[in-house]
Write a protein that binds this ligand. Sequence first.
Ligand SMILES: Cc1cc2nc3c(=O)[nH]c(=O)nc-3n(C[C@H](O)[C@H](O)[C@H](O)COP(=O)(O)OP(=O)(O)OC[C@H]3O[C@@H](n4cnc5c(N)ncnc54)[C@H](O)[C@@H]3O)c2cc1C
Length: 546
Amino acid sequence: MAKRLKYWGWGCEGDGLPARDREALLSTLSRGFGIHGHHTGDSSPPPIDEIPLPPPRLDPPAALASMCTQEPYERVLHSFGQSQPDSIRIFAGDFAHAPDVVAYPRGEADIAALMQWAGEARAALVPYGGGSSVVGGVTPDIGGEYNGVVTLDMSRMNRVLEVDTESRAARIQGGARGPELEAALKPRGVTLRHFPQSFQHSTLGGWIATRSGGHFATLYTHIDDLVESVRCVTPAGVMESRRLPGSGAGPSPDRLLIGSEGALGVITEAWVRVQGRVRHKAAAGFRFPDFLQAAGAVREVSQAGLFPANVRIVDGVELAVNGAGDGSFTLMVVSFESSDHPVDAWMDRAEQICLDHGGLPDADWRTDPGAHLKGTVGAWREAFIKMPYNREVLTPLGIISDTFESAITWDRFEAFYHAVREAAREAIREATGREGAVSCRFSHAYPDGPAPYFAFHCAADPDGMLDQWRTIKAMVSDAVIDNGGTITHHHAVGRDHQPWYEKQRPPLFGDVLARAKAHLDPKGILNPGVLVPHPRPGAVRKRPRR
Ligand SMILES: Cc1cc2nc3c(=O)[nH]c(=O)nc-3n(C[C@H](O)[C@H](O)[C@H](O)COP(=O)(O)OP(=O)(O)OC[C@H]3O[C@@H](n4cnc5c(N)ncnc54)[C@H](O)[C@@H]3O)c2cc1C
């Protein structure tokens, strides 16, 4: 029998950190960083039947009942995504905002019918892919202006519909999760090669709706680059862009929907660019005495036109927190891949650049092609795979463990890095009165700048954890925006980043977006509070001004 998804954390019931890793994590935080959890006894999540759920405020009409459920497990599962505040609220048993109905459409006609009903019932409709949002994108906490919430789970629309091997493209439904779509593409000899860390439990529609970034850290990293055309159901009708390898015909309709976060419509399918499966690979790790020295090497590699499949640097703090280093060096992981030709020449050049910047090889990639699976690189890789399970261990012990990410041009990077890292340390002190651990890595790198990805850990007060997280989040987000960065490079806006997104985008663009939303979603039912400000009480009834 297929395992059920956990409602309290990452993955399925039964998945999680083995006891040995759990002890190692707690011991590293405690001994290495002075971050101690509160041992409050039983920290396991309550059984579903002990979670207080408000009675549903609305029932689906008979014609839609077969695709809808009000089962407690379904309502609980769809109450939260995977953010730190979501986790705090889950362990606090805060489910008052649970969706009233969870719908599983099988096709576009079902989605259109659900939209029609939600509009008439004045219910909010929250599109839900894999539920891996870390920014409150699927957390249906929308206030009291609606008569209810319907979460629209796309998991039954999960097929690869067509593969065009000549043009190297595939038509895939929005609800297909990473492993599902790759399994269907494999027999055709192609791959999408979009691997966000959440690959296992996130969907093509979610990736497009959030402008996700894959593991491949240069060149074609964002899903934006892989989308050839999109099809979307909105309350105003269906919108589908033309399949083209490129086009100069005005502003791109794809770009309106890529990053639309469920606020403009439901992405039902897309043509995406696929590629041949990898046959040649070279990967290596280099140790640098200093993060900024390693950053210099990343800049030169990124500007040399080499476009590695991956070029990441991870600072000593992050390596130490994850048991992959002793804190004394920064690690660079760099790899090249091709379905067509050997890539050793590119790796040679990248190695030379690393040596020029004071890096030392972690292992010899020439004599041992599996070197990237061993040593520090291997330890980091293993920790990276397990990281999503850390939070469900730490939250119940009162330890905040969160990340935030940005992007900045190289000319401003160094000042940005110092200012944001210091702001994070100061925010932890101010919110908790204690010191925490703040680390940085580059998740992606471009010729004109890197995407720094910060992580922080700190002990919080058991009763004030959510407020303490809010204080830290606000201070680091202010620092990111004030120092010229983006509020998100790939985690999306959701509800948590909304105030800073408004500071980042040009005001006129905000007006245009609000008008587009009002046209496509005149009753304001789609994912309220995401991308455009939450409608004022009563505004949901109004027609857009013309
Ligand atoms: C452990 C972990 C690791 C992560 N790593 C990465 C990473 O490496 N790169 C990255 O980019 N992100 C990452 N994320 C964030 C998250 O996985 C991405 O934002 C992902 O794209 C969300 O996909 P999803 O299918 O889970 O969407 P959901 O979380 O279900 O939804 C996200 C948003 O998209 C909307 N949406 C979902 N499906 C549709 C649809 N079909 N039509 C319209 N709107 C829709 C929702 O309404 C919501 O606003 C990570 C998250 C976790 C928990």
